[in-house]
Design a protein around this ligand. Structure first.
Ligand SMILES: *[C@@H]1O[C@H](CO)[C@@H](O)[C@H](O)[C@H]1NC(C)=O
Ligand SMILES: *[C@@H]1O[C@H](CO)[C@@H](O)[C@H](O)[C@H]1NC(C)=O
Ligand SMILES: *[C@@H]1O[C@H](CO)[C@@H](O)[C@H](O)[C@H]1NC(C)=O
Ligand SMILES: *[C@@H]1O[C@H](CO)[C@@H](O)[C@H](O)[C@H]1NC(C)=O
Ligand SMILES: *[C@@H]1O[C@H](CO)[C@@H](O)[C@H](O)[C@H]1NC(C)=O
Length: 192
C-alpha cells in the first residue's frame, strides 16, 4: 500500500523502525525520539542467519560480551539493549532448564528467586512439551510498560532467561544494571 502511494521511496526497514519508535512511545508513555528515514532493504533474507547471530538464552556473561563485541557493540550496549526485555514474553522451553534438574547439586537454578521459581513451575510443569504455547513475561514487575523495572527485577533475581540474570555475574556489567535499576524515571524523555 505504501509502495503504491510512494513507489521506490519508503523501505520496509524504515516502516519497521517507525513502528518500533511508535510502539516505544505507546509502551512507555514517556519516551519520544525521532528516527531518520532512508534505510535500504536487504535483498536476501535467510532464516538460519538469525540463530547464528543472535545471542542464545543460555549464554553466560562472557559469551554475551563477546557476541556483542563481534558486532562492535560494547558491554554498555549489551545492558541497554537487554532492557528491551522490559516488555515481551518467553515460551516455557526457553527457561524450563532452570526449573527442574538444573544441576547435580540443585534441581532449581539457585540464581532464581525461590518464590518466583515456584510460580514458574506452576506455569510450566516438568512435563511441558516444547510445542507448548504457554508464555511468561520477561519482566514480571511491569510486564506491559517499557521502563527500568526489568533491571530492578534482575537485582531481585527475577530474571526469566539465564542470559538476562547472567548480567549480574560480571562485576562491571552488574554495576551498569544497578545504575539502570536505581535511575529515576524522568517524566518525559525527549531525545530531540
Ligand atoms: C562462559 O562459558 C564459556 C564457554 O562454556 C566458558 O569458557 C566461560 O568460562 C564461561 N564464563 C563464565 C563467566 O562462566
Ligand atoms: C567492526 O569494526 C571493524 C573496524 O572498524 C570493522 O572492520 C568491522 O567490519 C566491524 N564489524 C561489524 C560487524 O560491523
Ligand atoms: C536429571 O539429570 C540426570 C543427569 O543428567 C539424569 O541422569 C536424570 O535422569 C535426570 N532426571 C530427570 C528427572 O530428568
Ligand atoms: C502433566 O502432568 C499433569 C499432572 O500429572 C497432568 O495433569 C497434565 O495433563 C500433564 N500434561 C501434559 C502435557 O502431559
Ligand atoms: C526442547 O527445547 C530445548 C531448548 O530449545 C532443547 O534443548 C531440547 O532438546 C528440546 N527438547 C525436545 C524434546 O525437542
Amino acid at each position: 500500500m505504501v509502495e503504491s502511494q510512494c513507489p521506490s521511496t519508503v523501505s520496509c526497514a524504515d516502516i519497521l523502525a517507525f513502528a518500533v519508535r511508535d510502539s516505544t512511545t505507546l509502551a512507555s508513555k514517556k519516551i519520544l525520539y525521532q528516527v531518520a528515514a532512508g534505510r535500504r532493504d536487504g535483498r536476501i533474507s535467510l532464516e538460519n542467519e538469525v540463530t547464528i547471530n543472535l545471542p542464545s538464552q543460555y549464554f553466560n556473561a562472557t559469551q554475551l560480551i563477546s557476541n556483542f563485541e563481534s558486532k562492535n557493540l560494547t558491554a554498555e550496549d549489551l545492558v541497554i539493549l537487554t532492557g528491551a526485555h522490559s516488555i515481551g514474553v518467553a515460551h516455557c522451553e526457553s527457561f524450563i532448564n532452570r526449573l527442574y534438574n538444573f544441576s547435580a547439586a540443585s534441581g532449581t537454578d539457585p540464581t532464581l528467586d525461590p518464590v518466583y521459581a515456584a510460580i514458574l513451575k506452576r506455569k510450566c510443569p516438568s512435563n511441558t512439551t516444547n510445542s507448548s504455547s504457554t508464555v511468561v513475561a520477561l519482566d514480571s514487575l511491569t510486564p506491559k510498560i517499557l521502563d527500568n523495572m526489568f533491571y530492578v527485577g534482575l537485582m531481585k533475581n527475577l530474571g526469566l532467561l539465564s542470559s538476562d540474570q547472567a548480567l549480574l555475574t560480571e562485576e562491571f556489567v552488574r554495576i551498569m544494571v544497578e545504575m539502570n535499576a536505581n535511575s529515576e524515571n524522568p517524566d518525559l524523555v525527549k531525545l530531540w
